[in-house]
Design a protein around this ligand. Sequence first.
Ligand SMILES: Cc1cc2nc3c(=O)[nH]c(=O)nc-3n(C[C@H](O)[C@H](O)[C@H](O)COP(=O)(O)OP(=O)(O)OC[C@H]3O[C@@H](n4cnc5c(N)ncnc54)[C@H](O)[C@@H]3O)c2cc1C
Length: 378
Amino acid sequence: MHFLEHERATLTDLLPGLDDALAAAPLPTWETPGNPGLDHFRAAGGPGLLVPAEHGGKGVDLLTAVRVQRAVGSRSPSLAIATTMHHFSVASLVETAARSSGMEWMLLAAIAGENLLLASGFAEGRTGQGILNPAITARVEGDKVWLNGAKKPCSLAWSMDLLTASFPFPAENGTARLAVAVVPAKTPGLSVRPFWKSSVLAGAESDEVVLEDVEVPGDLLVRTDVGVDGELDHLNTVGFVWFEALMTASYLGAASALVERTLTKHGVPDAARAQAVTAVESAALMLRGLAARAAHGPIDDEVLAQALVCRYTTQDLIARVLDVCVEALGGMAFVSGDDIAYLNSACRALAFHPPSRSRMHAPLAGYFGAGEPLRIPA
Ligand SMILES: Cc1cc2nc3c(=O)[nH]c(=O)nc-3n(C[C@H](O)[C@H](O)[C@H](O)COP(=O)(O)OP(=O)(O)OC[C@H]3O[C@@H](n4cnc5c(N)ncnc54)[C@H](O)[C@@H]3O)c2cc1C
């Protein structure tokens, strides 16, 4: 069995032609703004990957989705990250649809049938502001809601067909609860402007989405039970588990690209090759364990805690992989192209996705140490 053989076979089976297309061009092709990776993703039917089969999608489970994201990340980290945001939004929509008789199923059918892309705007570009505490404002008049503010960085900003945006829904007693709305990208008042200035992961289109009096379709608004204490409701727990697993798998894919170069380069010592491959494969095993647990029981605090353990441990394993591979590949490999420096930088960004490790120190210690409910500080 070759390294990444299972992952790439799964990708080709589900999204035919995508791996071949990505493999046919060098890494930088897929990492620049406006690259054709998302076109290939759409052409292969990628948007419907998680949409249940009865609504025209592939209906894959977490285990399979994790394999697909790792395979994509090994060819294009930007595409894996951007599509993680799409899949995470779809997974949340599937969960919402399972508990409501609203419009969500029609939307899921359209996503699969018309290959629509969903962006996911939670962050607002301010360090220290938790993603469960958006500052965007909602004006509510009867059944109607209008949004004002900005979401940044928001991957897929230029290519999205629909935006999923979080906002505080004002309650009668003056408090607010997190709400999530799906808004068509062409809605009047919605615009996109450049935000991402780094060349690293620039292919993910993580720019700024501006909302100026954007009307939210009433039937595509979900009010959650997440308040300021950071205790999650079921929908957000499920969403976070999918997000952490798919994002971890995407960066594991990027690290695997470096390991692949280390395994196949003539003259690299066996010790370095074995250390690097052991580290990434152990992260893959953790993800597999997480996916098995998610498949066989309710997705609750315990699964979310496991997802976070898996993500933070993978961050550490990837750091080790970078150390080993960059040194083992050597200076000539480093200076004779951009790939190694690029992957070395791109892999570090797993640390920048929510919730940051330091934000979760106290909640994880409280959860495992004192049996407290797992909170994500808002
Ligand atoms: C490639 C990429 C794509 C992205 N795409 C999207 C997207 O599509 N949609 C989206 O919503 N967001 C997206 N994001 C943004 C992401 O969700 C984060 O919100 C953002 O990166 C956080 O920025 P930050 O690290 O500066 O802030 P924070 O995570 O708030 O904090 C940075 C650091 O500050 C310290 N800190 C902050 N708060 C605390 C605390 N309470 N306790 C202890 N320490 C703390 C920690 O050291 C932490 O590591 C993307 C990010 C990246 C890297």
